[in-house]
Design a binder for this molecule. Sequence first.
Ligand SMILES: O=C(O)CCC(=O)C(=O)O
Ligand SMILES: [Fe+2]
Length: 197
Amino acid sequence: MPLTLLPLPAAEVLLDAAFLAPAEADVLLTELTASVAWRQEPIKLFGKQVMQPRLTAWYGDPAATYRYSGLQLEPLPWLPILQNLRERVEAAAGTRFNSVLLNLYRSGQDSMGYHADNEPELGLAPAIASLTLGATRTFRFKPRPTITAAALSLPLTSGSLLLMRGPTQQNWLHSLPKTARPVGPRLNLTFRWVDRA
Ligand SMILES: O=C(O)CCC(=O)C(=O)O
Ligand SMILES: [Fe+2]
């Protein structure tokens, strides 16, 4: 299936709901859950140190160091399984990526708050490709004060590929809210190009 443009103004967001077949997505979820060096990182929230409500890991080329929520992350070297996904995602997106941030949402209680991926090392109009494995969770977009537009909620299913590029990060925030529904784990990979700051 091809990537299809979503109706989000002042943005460029594309979705392929069937980038990976469900059976392959299942296998990848199991393998990556077991083989990735997951960590739970502290973040500063209103001046207080708290733990992020998810597990994360950062893989990439040696040059791709990255600051994220006040953390300085050194990439781990590509696992073969991640390198393979990187090449397939690059082909679909028509863009190179030198790193991937992985997020593991262990249950409906794990989440990510509203943010834009607008750290300086990503550049002004970054292309970010987001692959979902496992549980379907709702991904939310809400407009920044730069524009007037309606919010959008989007269920991301296993094997789906979401591509954000162009002015998306300048004009929109996105989040992955908690859910009270009983859901299994969801693993998300966001491929990025990071320039040395
Ligand atoms: O889990 C998701 O779908 C979103 C991840 C995300 O926004 C990020 O890693 O910056
Ligand atoms: Fe993000």
